[in-house]
Design a protein around this ligand. Structure first.
Ligand code: ATP
Length: 313
């Protein structure tokens, strides 16, 4: 089974001086004469699960590929595990795990054979049998890769991504094709890697629930700029400080009112009521509210100087 790793380190508190696992400053990227990243600043600390959220074409993959060393930035400074990814050597690459969107071409291999083969690339790999157990593929150990279901292949991707005990794990839409139970198990696995082993995780996803469930912090990337960054709770509060209270009056009419003080409104409603209030509901702002707010503001042509632009540092 797995060998215990050094004491996990939680994200450094604000103002801490330790060099983050990922640091980016003023990163820009242009494809030809089209600018797609407009100055990205990021600090991601050891043991942190960090999610990059954003609509299609926002620049998530470009950002992540620059951090992984697969793409050359146009300008800006980047440090990942203490090195510039453009100059990362094999030893540096061995400290990083990747779970990418595209499937590798190993269709004729059997699951356990493939994992055992990948393990030989690393100095201190996880035990393949233990890893299959960890990702729920023990029953498929002898199966050919091209016979796996989509969700099972994705689990194998995850196993291949962590077989070398990476210190930093990039997960690109990792749970696409997972059923709810597999997704739940995957979430537990990511939590375990981060909390118990101190692995730093950078996750890109379109799934707001997944980001909220897993991430210590989320950055919302829209139009090549980080528009908001914070804990899921902080971001949920950003879009609308106001909660919405809904209820049905005695005459059957439905009411909804936005307020910064929902408990006072509910108290006032009860003062005026002669009995229980039908259909009473208090809806707090959600992460989805903030996300939609950020995306729509971009659609409305909001420029660089708009209030609410943030850098993830
Ligand atoms: N190799 C390339 N050449 C030219 N333009 C590119 C290239 N790769 C990406 N782009 C453009 O850069 C922008 C950002 O793309 P990117 O793939 O980084 O976005 P994304 O946020 O990952 O999107 P998605 O959620 O759809 O995966 C898009 O407008 C895309 O068309």
């Amino acid at each position: 089974m797995t060998t215990p790793r050094p004491t996990p380190v939680r994200p450094a508190p604000p103002g801490a001086t330790a060099l983050p696992v990922i640091r980016a400053r003023g990163v820009t990227m242009a494809y030809g004469d089209v600018d797609v990243l407009h100055g990205i600043d990021l600090d991601i600390h050891q043991g942190e699960v960090f999610a990059l959220l954003g609509p299609n074409g926002a620049g998530k993959t470009t950002t992540v590929e620059i951090l992984e060393g697969f793409r050359q930035r146009s300008s800006g400074e980047v440090s990942v595990l203490g090195a510039d990814p453009e100059r990362g050597d094999d030893a540096w690459r061995g400290r990083i795990g990747l779970v990418l969107q595209s499937w590798r071409d190993h269709r004729r291999w059997r699951v356990a054979e493939l994992l055992t083969h990948f393990a030989t690339y690393y100095p201190d790999p996880r035990d393949p049998a233990g890893l299959l157990d960890l990702v729920g593929l023990t029953g498929q150990a002898g199966q050919q890769v091209d016979r796996l279901s989509g969700g099972q292949r994705r689990r194998l991707d995850v196993a291949l991504g962590i077989v070398g005990r990476p210190e930093l794990l990039f997960l690109d839409e990792p749970t696409t094709g997972f059923d709810p139970e597999a997704r739940h198990e995957f979430h537990l696995l990511v939590e375990r890697l981060a909390r118990e082993e101190g692995v730093t995780v950078l996750l890109t996803t379109h799934d707001l629930v997944e980001a909220e469930r897993l991430a210590d912090r989320i950055a919302m990337l829209v139009g090549g700029r980080i528009r908001a960054c914070g804990t899921p709770a902080e971001l949920a509060r950003r879009a609308a400080a106001q909660a919405e209270v809904r209820w049905t009056a005695d005459d059957g009419t439905a009411h909804r009112e936005r307020t910064e003080d929902p408990s006072r409104l509910v108290w006032e409603l009860h003062q005026d009521a002669t009995g229980p209030i039908a259909g009473l509901e208090v809806r707090r702002p959600t992460l989805e509210d903030t996300y939609l707010h950020m995306v729509h503001r971009e659609d409305d042509g909001a420029d660089e100087a708009v209030e609410g632009e943030a850098q993830a540092v």
